[in-house]
Design a protein around this ligand. Structure first.
Ligand code: SAM
Ligand code: SF4
Ligand code: SF4
Length: 390
C-alpha cells in the first residue's frame, strides 16, 4: 500500500485575485492556496475529511461554456452575449487534467465525471477520455468514467466517446413538451436532438443511461408524468432533481422547489413505486422501482433531504480550482501548483491534496437556512454551477 511521504510545502502558492466580471458573474473572487502537506504520513485508504467522509468521486469541469441557457443554471440575463468566458490559456490542458485525476486516484478516488458547462463543447474531448481511461485506481482497476451532458451533441459524439473508453452518460432533459423545453433551456435546439443523443448513446453501449430532470414548481411539474411514461420500461433511469440554490444568478426561491416527496406522489397517481435497494454510499439519488418491474426512478433531494453525510465529491473547475462543496464561494488553486511543479513532485502535490480533503468541513445542504450557515456563507459570492460542474 503506497504512502504519501511527509514533507513540508516546498513553495507557497500565491493567492490569486481574479478581476471581477463586468456582468456581475464573478466566477469566484479568490483562489486560496492549497494547504501544506500533512505533518504525519498518511495511508490513502484511510483519508477522511473532518466529518469522517472518504474521497471517492472527482467531478471535472472541462468548459465553462454552454449552448443552452437554462434559467436555473446560466440565465441569459447574467450569461449574455458579452459574458466573458475563460480564455483558452486559463483552461487546464488535457495533460493537466489527467495529471490531477491521477493524483486524486492515488488518494482513493474511484469515479471520474466529466461535466461543465456543456462538456461536449470542449474540442477533442475524446482525447481526454482516452487519457483518463488509461488511469488506474488504488486497487488497480480502471476508474468509473462518466459524463453529464445536455445531450444536444451526443448523437454526433457518442461513438467516439465510447471508443475512447467512456463508460456511461447522464443526459439532462427537463421536458418532452417542445415549448416547455425551449423555455427552460432557452436554446434553439430541440427535444428530438436530445432524444436522438440518448438513442445513439444507448446504441453504442454508453449505458445504463440516466436522465436528469430538474423540476421547478409551476414551470415543468406538468411534465413529470409524461417523462415517467416516456422512460419507464426503456432501461433509462429517470432522476428528478430538486431545484437548488446553487450559484447566485438563478433567482432561486423555495416557492419554485417541488419537494421530491411531492414528485413521487404525482408519479404514484399512475404508477405505484416501491423503495429500491439502499443506494451505495456517496450516491446522490434515492432509488425507487416501478412496482410492476418496469425499471427505476431516482430522486435527488438536495433541498429537502440533504445527503451531506456521505458526500465524497471533490470538484475541479475548468481553470483548475478545487471546490470541496457545490455551494462553495472559494476554490483552492491547483493550476499554479500543476504549472510550477514537475511529475517528480507528484507525491508532494498528492500530500497537499490529501491535506485539503482532511480539512474539509462542508455540509451546506444540511445547514441551509440556519443561522450558522448564514453567518458562514455569503450567498452572493457562491460559485456558479456551470463553472464547477454539476
Ligand atoms: N451541461 C451539462 C448538463 O446540463 O447536463 C452538464 C453540466 S450541468 C451544470 C449538470 C447538472 O446540473 C444538470 O443535470 C443540470 O440539470 C443540473 N443543474 C444545474 N443547475 C441546477 C440547479 N439550480 N438545481 C438543480 N440542478 C441543477
Ligand atoms: Fe448548460 Fe447544463 Fe447549465 Fe443547462 S444545466 S445551462 S445545459 S451547463
Ligand atoms: Fe456535498 Fe456540499 Fe452538496 Fe453537502 S451541500 S452534499 S457537502 S456538495
Amino acid at each position: 500500500m503506497s504512502q504519501i511521504p511527509q514533507r513540508q510545502a516546498a513553495r507557497t502558492v500565491p493567492i490569486v485575485a481574479k478581476p471581477s466580471r463586468t456582468d456581475g458573474v464573478a466566477q469566484s473572487a479568490w483562489a486560496l492556496p492549497l494547504p501544506p502537506a500533512p505533518e504525519a504520513n498518511l495511508t490513502p485508504h484511510a483519508l477522511m475529511d473532518t466529518l469522517g467522509r472518504p474521497l471517492r468521486d472527482l467531478r471535472i469541469s472541462v468548459t465553462d461554456r454552454c449552448n443552452f441557457r437554462c434559467g436555473y443554471c446560466m440565465p441569459r440575463a447574467a450569461f449574455g452575449r458579452d459574458h466573458a468566458f475563460l480564455p483558452q490559456p486559463e483552461l487546464l490542458s488535457f495533460e493537466e487534467i489527467t495529471r490531477a485525476a491521477r493524483l486524486f486516484l492515488s488518494l482513493g478516488v474511484r469515479k471520474l465525471r466529466l461535466t461543465g458547462g456543456e462538456p461536449l463543447l470542449r474540442k477533442d474531448l475524446e482525447r481526454l477520455v482516452a487519457q483518463l481511461a488509461g488511469l488506474r485506481t488504488l486497487d488497480g482497476h480502471p476508474p468509473e468514467l462518466t459524463l453529464t451532458t445536455n445531450g444536444s451533441l451526443l448523437a454526433r459524439k457518442a461513438r467516439a466517446l465510447k471508443d475512447a473508453g467512456l463508460q456511461r452518460v447522464t443526459v439532462s432533459l427537463d421536458a418532452l413538451d417542445a415549448t416547455t423545453f425551449q423555455q427552460m433551456s432557452d436554446s434553439t435546439l430541440s427535444v428530438s436532438d436530445v432524444l436522438d443523443g440518448i438513442d445513439h448513446a444507448r446504441a453504442v453501449g454508453l449505458g445504463p443511461i440516466k436522465v436528469n430532470m430538474v423540476v421547478q414548481r409551476g414551470v415543468n411539474d406538468h411534465e413529470i408524468l409524461p417523462m415517467a411514461r416516456h422512460f419507464r420500461g426503456s432501461g433509462v433511469e429517470l432522476r428528478f432533481i430538486e431545484f437548488m440554490d446553487v450559484g447566485h444568478t438563478n433567482r432561486w426561491d423555495m416557492a419554485h422547489v417541488l419537494p421530491s416527496d411531492q414528485v413521487r406522489a404525482i408519479i404514484e397517481t399512475e404508477f405505484p413505486l416501491v423503495m429500491a435497494d439502499s443506494p451505495r454510499q456517496g450516491t446522490t439519488a434515492a432509488r425507487w422501482s416501478y412496482a410492476d418491474g418496469q425499471g427505476h426512478v431516482g430522486f435527488i433531494s438536495s433541498v429537502t433531504q440533504a445527503f451531506c453525510g456521505d458526500c465524497n465529491r471533490m470538484r475541479l473547475s475548468t481553470d483548475g480550482r478545487l471546490y470541496t462543496c457545490l455551494f462553495a464561494s472559494q476554490g483552492h488553486d491547483l493550476r499554479s501548483v500543476l504549472r510550477q511543479t514537475s511529475l517528480a513532485d507528484d507525491a508532494h502535490v498528492a500530500a497537499r491534496l490529501a491535506a485539503l480533503w482532511q480539512q474539509r468541513q462542508d455540509r451546506y445542504s444540511q445547514l441551509r437556512g440556519t443561522e450558522s450557515e448564514q453567518a458562514a456563507h455569503d450567498a452572493s459570492a457562491r460559485v456558479e454551477m456551470s463553472f464547477i460542474g454539476g
